[in-house]
Design a protein around this ligand. Structure first.
Ligand SMILES: Cc1cc2nc3c(=O)[nH]c(=O)nc-3n(C[C@H](O)[C@H](O)[C@H](O)COP(=O)(O)OP(=O)(O)OC[C@H]3O[C@@H](n4cnc5c(N)ncnc54)[C@H](O)[C@@H]3O)c2cc1C
Length: 295
């Protein structure tokens, strides 16, 4: 009886020790994996990146720099990163405004929505805190030097993928023949993002980059367009979609911005998040599904 009880006690001690060592091993593995992957971007899973710095650039927009331990080998354009709120398991895409494979960090411009989840979390994050990031995520593979004219229509923070594309096209020698036109819509002059950066690029490449601003609420001194993006603006600034009745395959239009703007300019994306039909102003102009991409 005694000896049986003794062997039972010994067995249970062995079991406890085994379980403890498995738990310790698991914790050590998790810790190693976590610290090994920390700071190294991965498009298969969320990785913690440290907020390096954060500053407010307009009344509702912040710039964030996220640290990378290792430069990614390349960072395709256009592409974005997904950021996750670990506590409520939701994620949203954001588009770096720099080239992380050159700089070794990720710069984001994030507009804060009062009722928002991820945008609010990002705009109140502090240096040293971790943000869970996955990427780069590529939805559209931009074909190098395939177009003679790339047109872009952006609203608000919808400028970020366009800025990525503009910088990429201007810096790629194979794209030296590509012209670009951007129509950029905002509520007020104070809402215009990357204005100095865009002005510099336009000054450096006056024959290749043409930017037109429009404001919902312009001041008396404003010299650009007024109101929402209109058929007149699109007719005036964008290339014609067809020649002799055939679609012009040398031109392509990107649209990026708030849902209401997308609906008005190009039609919504479909419910399954595929591109859906081209509608709105671009349809009126005669553009088809092979000439338009909605971010
Ligand atoms: C490909 C892609 C790239 C993007 N890149 C950027 C970027 O670089 N910078 C950036 O700030 N955002 C970017 N966005 C938008 C971003 O992904 C989020 O949708 C946005 O930050 C709101 O997320 P949230 O979780 O804070 O708000 P949610 O919880 O999704 O929404 C909260 C409230 O805000 C409203 N809302 C959400 N988004 C918008 C909007 N765009 N316009 C008007 N009202 C809105 C909703 O209707 C809701 O009332 C991008 C979106 C896409 C699809």
């Amino acid at each position: 009886m005694f000896s049986r009880a003794g062997s039972h006690g010994a067995r249970s001690t062995i079991w406890k020790a085994a379980l403890a060592s498995i738990a310790l091993g698991g914790a050590a593995y998790y810790y190693n994996e976590h610290s090994r992957s920390h700071g190294i971007l991965d498009n298969g899973r969320y990785i913690p990146l440290k907020v390096h710095s954060q500053c407010q650039v307009t009344h509702d927009t912040w710039k964030l720099r996220l640290e990378l331990k290792k430069k990614p080998r390349s960072f395709p354009v256009p592409s974005s990163v997904y950021i996750k709120d670990d506590s409520i398991q939701i994620m949203r895409p954001y588009t770096p405004i720099n080239d992380p494979s050159v700089d070794g960090h990720i710069d984001l411009l994030v507009k804060r929505y009062e009722q928002g989840s991820i945008s609010k979390m990002l705009c109140r994050s502090k240096p040293g805190e971790d943000v869970f990031v996955r990427g780069p995520m590529v939805e559209f593979e931009y074909p190098t030097a395939a177009y003679k004219h790339v047109a872009m229509i952006a609203g608000g923070t919808g400028i970020t993928p366009m800025y990525q594309l503009i910088r990429h096209i201007l810096s790629d020698p194979k794209e030296c023949q590509t012209k670009m036109t951007l129509i950029y819509a905002n509520k007020t002059e104070q809402d215009i993002l990357l204005r100095n950066e865009l002005a510099d690029l336009e000054k450096q490449h006056p024959d290749r980059l043409d930017i037109h601003y429009t404001l919902d609420h312009p001041s008396d001194q404003w010299r650009g367009d007024h109101g929402y993006v209109s058929l007149d603006m699109v007719r005036k600034h964008l290339p014609v979609p067809s020649t002799n009745g055939a679609p012009n395959t040398d031109i392509f239009v990107f649209v990026s911005g708030p849902e209401a703007m997308l609906r008005h300019v190009s039609g919504d994306r479909a419910r399954d998040w595929s591109q859906g039909k081209v509608q709105g102003l671009l349809k009126m102009m005669g553009y088809d599904e092979n000439q338009v991409w909605k971010f």
